[in-house]
Design a protein around this ligand. Sequence first.
Ligand code: IFM
Length: 484
Amino acid sequence: MTRRELLKNSALLLGGTALSPQTAFSALPHSLNINAPFTAADFGKDFLWGVATAAYQIEGAWNIDGKGPSVWDTFTHKKGKIHNNENGDVTCDFYNRYYDDIALIKEMNLDVFRFSLSWSRILPEGTGKVNQKGVEFYHKVIDRCLELGLQPWITLYHWDLPQALEDKGGWANRDVVQWFMDYADLVTKLYGDKVKNWMVLNEPMAYTSLGYLAGIHAPGRRSLSAFMKSIHHTCLVQAEGARIIRANVADAHIGSTFSCSPIDPKNESRKHKKAAAKIDALINRLFIEPALGMGYPTDAAPFLKRIHKHVQPGDMERLKCDYDFIGIQNYSRIVARHALIPPFVWANQVKPENRGISKEDLTLMRWEVYPEGIYRVLKQFAAYEGVDKIIVTENGCAFTDVVEGDGVRDPKRVQFFKDYLSNVLKAKQEGVNVQGYYVWTLMDNFEWAEGYTPRFGLVHIDWDTQQRRIKDSGRWFQQLLAGR
Ligand code: IFM
């Protein structure tokens, strides 16, 4: 498989002058009728609506005010790793524009700003000396949210490990568990009196597999053994991190997020169904089941027994943790087929193009638009004993947008939200305890190995001028949520 193909498939793991908010937010165009098969009230008055972001994807200021490099700084500065050799050095310049950018969330009538902390902005070496300017930056972000009546939701880790820690082995070194615990202890003590909603990790499947096995995300390693170790250390961290938040933050509301996709076999034959079960174990079950005290899903994916080599006495008990909610992140679905090589090299997936899915029904990431998928994963995860509350912590799509004056036409994205949200509502009406929905993402940003080509934002960014323009999809949310 070529690097380009790997990149496309890897996606399945997953889901000038700034205008003042007032200027950017002109009236809804007449043609944009809310026209949804539901109202916000149908989701209930306490249902939370928000946007999600990640530090490396939006902040820029990669070496400013004492920030240390992360693995993503190092990786993107190497030639040939990222589409068009792009990087997140500046990206949305959120570090300097956070004040107005957060106001845009309020303008769209949303409740929640989900963002991640850059570990190496706070601890440039990953451990030890604290960078006060980094600490202050997140205080300013949090304070701006609170001033506007928005809830800040913090993700402790969204893929940007301090490079200094990668130099010592990164997620493949068991010491990462203690490094992470020290970092979590520090930031929960720093911000815990103001922030009550915390998520430990974002989509662990993505950074462990793409970063340590496929080598197409930072840190760019290709080692089965490093992958297996990184899985176990990550599972320890997702539990220990939650315990630290619980200990340090009064009235904390704690979760962690998981990338999820419904998996269908290519057809009903036994071998394809078995392949589907394997991929389900890898994509959907691998991180949540240890947290629920169920161990690793080796029943359907025996190759995962290799993880046990890295398990020490007492670890299996330590993996279990007690979340208040889990974060579901869904974008598309996977169709599985039997192949002789192990599933983590993606040979077991039938690409949408080879299943007769038309271009119209693919996003710019070449992901199939499959609204029923979010209903299916909500049902699947809600069925676990031990999962009570669910928040959709990411869902969204990349399509081509058309800029017209101060506005941006993105009808396919509007339709996407209508269809996916209808399915969230269906699950809720059938009894799934889903209590929030956060769009990926606030504004166009650096989409990892794909660089700046796919735009996912509710807000369009002109990369030459940094001008922000709220898209029709953002206006659609504004109208849906008005007057609540
Ligand atoms: O941009 C990513 C995000 O960082 C994690 N979830 C999927 C998104 C879209 O690929």
